[in-house]
Design a protein around this ligand. Structure first.
Ligand code: ATP
Length: 290
């Protein structure tokens, strides 16, 4: 569906995206990377907001050229990290406005309005002002504006940051449903969002991107390197200050006695037990070997 070849973006002397090559198919692909990795830059290029400095992009055979922009935009939906919703409009007025800006005529807007409100579970609040919505509802409205024109490609930038656990789960379920009929690229810092919603993963660091066909390929980077152990304060402090050991979980069982989970290339102590890695642990190993 989407093909990216050697995609590069430079801001002056800074290269934010380095020769990224990957494909996106129907379903949900996670885009994981630390701050400054280049995730937003990639999404903005895909959303046609930024022009790449080099490389090639095709969506269902249509190339990213000036002549094709309108055609591409009709097939792409984007929820940016910070979206400017209009607080004094009602939910339906806002969606009506966005859809008109996208060139939809009033009969197709009317046909689509109830459907899209239902898809994002906002049908009860269509007449409410945007300003009265909760944070989670605003994010779902953000998705509604991105899918009102039924795009084949949906780009979502850190959608669950700041949401409470209930809204985060609701939002993930929404993204999962949307991934049944289109390609979704979900950029996030939250590995749990990826392990729950995504099949495929793009990992990014310092502008470099590596594509993985399955989440389990990333998990496997930490295979044989995850350990569980009980420690007392002294040993815990020693492990904490060891740069080759990452503590990924810590539970204080009683004062001065901890159960910890660590990523370490070799067994950190005699009584350490090998554990199955998580996506977060695989991702950490990947990040630190770059
Ligand atoms: N308009 C710009 N001009 C110059 N440099 C930029 C611009 N936009 C981004 N950068 C730089 O490009 C790099 C990648 O930034 P980008 O925002 O794409 O990363 P990110 O992975 O989305 O980070 P975060 O998770 O913090 O949002 C960073 O070093 C950033 O400072």
């Amino acid at each position: 569906m989407l093909v990216a070849e050697q995609l590069t973006k430079r801001y002056g002397s800074k290269t934010a995206l380095q020769e990224a090559t990957f494909t996106l198919e129907k379903g949900i692909t996670g885009l994981l990377g630390p701050n400054g990795a280049g995730k937003t830059t990639l999404l903005r290029i895909l959303a046609t907001y930024h022009k790449a400095s080099g490389g090639r992009l095709l969506l269902n055979g249509v190339e990213w050229t000036s002549a094709n922009m309108e055609k591409l935009r009709a097939d792409i939906g984007y929820l940016p990290q910070h979206i400017g919703l209009f607080p004094s409009l009602t939910v339906t007025e806002y969606l009506d406005y966005i859809a008109s800006m996208r060139g939809m005529n009033s009969s197709s807007i009317n046909k689509r309005m109830n459907e899209v409100l239902r898809e994002v579970n906002l049908e009860e609040v269509g007449r409410e002002k945007v300003r009265s919505l909760s944070g989670g509802m605003k994010q779902r409205l953000g998705i509604a504006q991105a899918i009102i024109h039924e795009p084949a490609l949906l780009l979502v930038d850190e959608p669950t940051a700041g949401l409470d656990p209930e809204e985060r789960i609701r939002f993930r379920n929404l993204i999962k449903r949307l991934g049944h009929s289109r390609a979704v690229l979900l950029s996030t810092h939250i590995t749990e969002d990826v392990s729950v919603t995504c099949d495929r993963v793009l990992l990014m660091n310092k502008g470099w991107l590596q594509s993985h066909d399955h989440v389990r390929e990333v998990v496997a980077y930490a295979a044989g390197s995850v350990w569980g152990l009980q420690t007392e304060q002294g040993k815990y402090e020693q492990l904490r200050s060891d740069p080759s050991v990452f503590i990924t979980d810590l539970k204080e069982q009683q004062e001065g006695l901890y159960h910890i989970r660590v990523v370490a290339a070799s067994k950190p102590s005699e009584d350490a037990q090998p554990l199955q890695p998580t996506l977060e642990e695989g991702y950490m190993v990947w990040l630190n070997r770059k």
